[in-house]
Write a new protein. Sequence first.
Length: 239
Amino acid sequence: MTGSTVRPPAYQQLADELRAEITSGRLQPGERLPPEPELCVKIGVSRSTVREALRLLASQHLIVTTRGVTGGSFVAHPDAGQLADGLSTGFALLTHSAGVGLADLLELRRALEVPAAGLAAGRRAEAHLAELRAAFFDPVIDDFDTMLSAHSAFHRVIAKATGNPLFELVGRPLYQASYGEEVVAHLPPEYWTRIDADHRELVDHLVAQDADAARLAAARHLDYIAVAAGTPATAEVVT
C-alpha cells in the first residue's frame, strides 16, 4: 500500500503562488494585487480562502492591505528591519541548537563586520555618526541589559552606514542573538570597558573615513570578544 502525499490547504497554495510572483519580481513593490473577487474566480477558491492567504502574506510583510475606495492589497516595499524580524526566529532556533555555537556566531560576525566597517568608513553620513554616538554606553553605571542593547544598536548602525541594505538584513538577527548564560557568567570584569573603548575607536576611524583602520579595529574587536568568551580558536589576531 502506497502512501498519499498530503496537499497543503488551499489558502497555503494560493499564498505560495502569490509569494512566488512577488519574490520573482513579476509583482513589483507598490503594485496592486487583483481584487478578492477576481482571485476567487481566477483560482477557483472561496473568498475566505483568499482572505486567509492574504493575511498570511501580510504577516510575512510581503503585502499591505488598505481599506476604502482606493484600497486593496499591495506588494510591500522591502524594509530591512521588518524582513530581518522574519529571519530572527529561525536564526534564534539555530543558535540555540546543539550544532551551532558561539564560535559559529563569531565566525559569521567576522565575515560581515570587518568589510562592513571599511564600507561604512567610506560611505557614512553625519546622521550615521550621530546614531553611533547615541549607541555609546557607560560601562561604569549602565547595567548588563542596557549595554547589550546598546552594543546591538551600535553594530546595526554600522551595517546601515554601509549603504547596502543586505548588510542590515543579515546583521539585524545576528545582533539579536544572545551569548548564552554560560558565556555571560564568565566574561572578564573589564569586558564591557573594552567593548566601549573599541566602539569609540571605530567611530573615530569612521569620522576620519579611514577604511583600512576601521577594518583593523573591527577585526581586533572580534578577536577580543572571541578570547574573552572562551572561544580563542575563532580568533585571527591581527597585528
